[in-house]
Design a protein around this ligand. Structure first.
Ligand SMILES: [Zn+2]
Length: 399
């Protein structure tokens, strides 16, 4: 027996059929004319009409029952600390709660709430590498957390960024939350990070909590980080003319967050629309934070931007899926062949005045989530946190 080949594993084939509406997450074509998706071993294999798709050999069949399939949501701005606990509001299970708000991927903007966070160079590097390792091995409810985002401090040299990249660190925490608050130093360190493939985000606006500080448009433009983090403040926003200048003079991503200034978020959206640069708009919660943790925060942003910002709901979904995936270079966020089979299935909430799920969102309501699928596996059925969906998908039994 010692020479036997290891038994070939039967590929896991997921079939989702009877999809009523398919939101792609891709701004170029946010609605696809398709009712069937097949995924093999966690990756999308086919998207199309039932008659055109090879649906044979499914190991898991989901009947969407005419509901809407969308990519799982990406929260572009979270502050995780240790596992599924946040000391900021001393809450356990917050990540699992977000899964029930459709969030399947989170991006750390720095593990800054860690009690006793080290600020010396060796210590901050060690903490980032630890967080990267810990969160890649721990996925509450299946949620993938990209963490290990060091906050830059004075004294770091080019070699430190090389070491971090070699150790698996792929992004910086918010520039400006550490001792580096001047444009010249931030620009140098952001450039070193970029040289070694590490992406960067900068804090924008007034201080978030005691100990953080103002980062204005001049520092943001000088630093030239890849993502203008919470351009609508976290919570305190810059004056309107500075926000407009950032939209116009930088080509970097415009991140709007739930725990920010809603009016400033709408100004950003309006400016990006005028510039015809909606591809730059991405969404986060900036949570856990002083204003709490919001399991439905990303859904609330989609609804807010759509209903008050005059953006169609299918486009607003792209801000929290395909746009973020493109800017953050992720395999999820879009329903297309070879992308991750990571989805949420939604329907209009029971008794919403909107006639369709999209219309209900454009009227400011939240959709109900009937199922969340991560890497081809059902992670949650009817959400415990959203208003109940009018219709929920079903797992077809007997397989
Ligand atoms: Zn911030």
């Amino acid at each position: 027996m010692a020479h036997d080949e290891p038994a070939k594993k039967t590929p896991a084939r997921l079939l989702i059929r009877n999809i009523g509406l398919l939101l792609s997450g891709n701004l170029e074509q946010p609605i696809l004319d398709a009712d069937t998706v097949v995924a093999v071993d966690g990756k999308i294999a086919a998207v199309g009409k039932a008659k055109d798709v090879d649906a044979e050999g499914a190991t898991l069949i989901i009947d969407a029952r005419g509901t809407t399939l969308a990519p799982g949501l990406i929260d572009s701005h979270v502050h995780p600390v240790a596992g599924d606990w946040t000391p900021r509001q001393n809450q356990i299970g917050w990540i699992d709660s977000y899964l029930h708000g459709g969030v399947t991927t989170m991006i750390s903007a720095g593990e800054v709430h860690t009690p006793g966070r080290p600020k010396d160079v060796v210590g901050l590097k060690a903490m980032a590498i630890f967080a990267q390792r810990a969160f890649s091995a721990f996925r509450p409810g299946g949620v993938r957390i990209h963490a290990g985002a060091p906050v830059i401090e004075h004294g770091m040299v080019e070699e430190d960024f090389k070491d971090l990249a070699a150790a698996g660190v792929t992004m910086l925490g918010e520039v400006g939350l550490g001792s580096v608050k001047d444009g010249a130093t931030a620009r140098q360190m952001v450039a070193w990070a970029r040289k070694f493939g590490i992406q960067s985000t900068i804090h924008t606006g007034g201080p978030s909590i005691p100990g953080s500080s103002l980062i204005d448009k001049d520092i943001v433009l000088a630093a030239d980080a890849d993502v203008i983090g919470h351009i609508n403040g976290g919570h305190t926003a810059l004056p309107d003319n500075q926000i407009v200048t950032l939209c116009e003079e930088s080509s970097r991503a415009l991140e709007v967050v739930h725990n920010g200034n809603e009016r400033a978020a709408l100004l950003t959206l309006r400016t990006a629309t005028e510039l015809k640069q909606l591809g730059r708009v991405i969404v986060g919660t900036d949570s856990p934070a002083g204003s709490g943790v919001q399991p439905l925060g990303i859904l609330r942003m989609i609804s807010m931007l759509s209903s008050l910002g005059g953006i169609s709901a299918e486009v607003a979904f792209c801000f929290a899926t395909g746009n973020t995936a493109k800017i953050r270079q992720l395999g999820c966020g879009e329903i297309a062949p070879d992308r991750d089979a990571t989805f949420m299935m939604i329907d209009k909430a029971q008794h919403s005045a909107g006639k369709t799920v999209l219309e209900s969102i454009q009227r400011g309501d939240l959709p109900g989530i009937g199922m969340v699928i991560v890497d081809g596996v059902v992670s949650a059925q009817r959400s415990r946190n959203t208003p109940p969906a009018t219709t929920s998908p079903e797992i077809v039994p007997g397989r």
